[in-house]
Write a protein that binds this ligand. Structure first.
Ligand code: FAD
Length: 339
């Protein structure tokens, strides 16, 4: 991200006389990360524009499942300069509305409905192209998020087409499930949320995948919330790749999801959810785990972080030679392996 100097601004302007617009900085994506960048650019007096693909700010949150509630209290989930105006853990819609209101509050120059198709690098900076416009700029901030492309295990191809199959990016609520048994694949935070919803709606529910461990406290209790500052301090300053203990924890986390933060194994057991191992095979159109065929009518794939990071896309957007070409698809993940 570049500074606001006049030299850089004119550098960006000169070679791009044919561009629709010149700008010091273009921020791609108006989710929380893009808006934090906008906040600091505005404070530094850098001319910028934020381009966002969605029709309405906050839609990256509104597109998630209805029952989602954050694990982070407003104190930790808020963007700089304005705290989320709710008590307790924000819901999905409260977070979405906050993102929208935050951009309006600071009057950021956000252009919605502008999907960036390509970023090309040239000597003097970058060219950012949407379907309708192009921008010449000295700096680009790519803040397009992590959860946009579904990751589905390759063996899903062999499942009975009569089975209702949903990825967590498509799942909103239990109204989408077929009557009968439900298999949730992915036993981390979102997977356990969804399994609990399914069981509460009366579906016999199986949950496949390795238990990633759980926090030893109930985060919804006031007593646990008192400990949050200490935990956040550890999280930010001790459990990092800069410390031996942090590196050890990172090695332990590899290959499975983040610990369960809100849900507990006891909640799953109390709801009658049957926990099974990883799905290793498909037999006669039905998923197989622990050598047993699961006869269910719906299958929900909920990897930890329900989708692929956009890093691959970021690389494609920003090839150094100013051209763009899709990279080869990454190799399929082994069944049941979570991010
Ligand atoms: C189920 C779930 C639960 C979560 N719970 C929590 C939680 O409790 N606490 C927490 O801190 N975090 C949580 N997260 C993580 C959360 O997603 C991030 O903290 C936050 O939303 C990431 O912000 P972001 O700006 O990086 O991405 P996003 O919020 O995804 O925003 C990306 C923006 O980029 C735009 N965009 C994408 N591609 C383009 C393009 N080509 N051109 C233009 N615009 C584009 C999108 O429209 C979107 O507005 C959760 C995530 C998920 C999936």
């Amino acid at each position: 991200m570049g500074g606001p100097t006049e030299a850089r601004r004119s550098r960006a302007r000169l070679p791009f006389a044919s561009m629709d617009e010149t700008m010091d900085t273009v921020v791609i994506g108006a989710g929380p990360a893009g808006l934090v960048a906008a906040y600091h650019l505005q404070r530094a007096g850098v001319p910028f524009v934020v381009l966002d693909a969605s029709g309405r700010l906050g839609d990256s949150w509104r597109a998630r499942y209805d029952g989602l509630r954050l694990f982070s209290l407003p104190r930790y989930a808020s963007l700089p300069g304005w705290r989320i105006p709710v008590r307790g853990f924000p819901t999905r819609d409260e977070m979405a509305d906050y993102v929208e209101a935050y951009a309006a509050r600071f009057d950021f120059p956000v252009r919605s409905g502008m999907r960036v198709r390509r970023v090309g690098r040239v000597d003097a900076g970058f060219i950012v192209e949407t379907d309708t416009d192009s921008y010449a700029c000295a700096s680009v901030v790519v803040a397009t998020g992590m959860h946009t492309r579904p990751v589905v295990p390759a063996l899903a191809r062999d499942l009975d087409p009569g089975l209702t199959q949903l990825h967590s990016l498509e799942y909103r609520n239990t109204g989408q499930l077929a009557p009968g048994g439900v298999l949730v694949v992915g036993a981390a935070n979102s997977g356990t949320d969804v399994a609990l919803e399914s069981a509460a709606a009366g579906h016999p529910t199986w949950l496949a995948g390795r238990h990633p461990g759980q926090l030893p406290v109930n985060i919804d209790r006031r007593s646990a919330q008192v400990l949050t500052p200490a935990f956040m301090f550890l999280h930010r300053h001790v459990m990092t790749l800069d410390t031996p203990i942090g590196r050890r924890m990172a090695r332990q986390l590899r290959g499975h999801g983040v610990n369960l933060i809100r849900n507990k194994l006891a909640d799953l057991d109390a709801a009658g959810i049957v926990r099974i191992g990883r799905i290793t095979d498909v037999r006669d159109g039905h998923p197989v785990a622990d050598a047993v065929r699961c006869h269910v009518s719906s299958l929900l794939v909920v990897p930890d972080g329900p989708s692929r990071s956009s890093c691959g896309r970021r690389r494609r957007l920003c090839r150094g030679d100013g051209t763009s070409s899709p990279r080869g698809r990454p190799p399929p993940r082994s069944p049941g392996r979570r991010r």
